[in-house]
Design a protein. Structure first.
Length: 109
């Protein structure tokens, strides 16, 4: 059964953006939506995840869970998905590596 998906891309190669327009509608720059089967969604995600390079990709699609949707992420990012008793939440990494962040905190103390 087909369902709606949303795919957000940041700083990905142009060829990937062009390939996605075969299946999805680009409603704003680098935001794609469409209705596809689970098989097509999974194949599109494999292509996106393998082509992201230094960019970022986020896929949101319906799922049979408490939130009603699932999220997949790929690429260089500060946000990470965390599962908390079946709820998917987003956590943020520090912009600085841990040692630099500790030194920066010590300077301001």
């Amino acid at each position: 059964m087909a369902s709606m998906i949303a795919l957000s891309l940041t700083a990905v190669p142009d060829h990937l953006r062009g390939a996605l327009t075969r299946w999805l509608l680009e409603v704003t720059p680098e935001l794609y939506v469409g209705t596809v089967s689970a098989k097509v969604r999974d194949e599109l995600w494999k292509t996106v995840a393998n082509s992201t390079g230094n960019g970022i990709a986020v896929l949101i699609y319906p799922a049979d869970n408490e939130q009603g949707f699932a999220i997949r992420m790929s690429g260089q990012r500060r946000r990470h998905l965390r599962d908390f008793d079946g709820l998917t939440l987003v956590s943020f990494n520090s912009a600085l590596p841990t040692e630099e962040a500790d030194n920066e905190t010590a300077k301001h103390s």
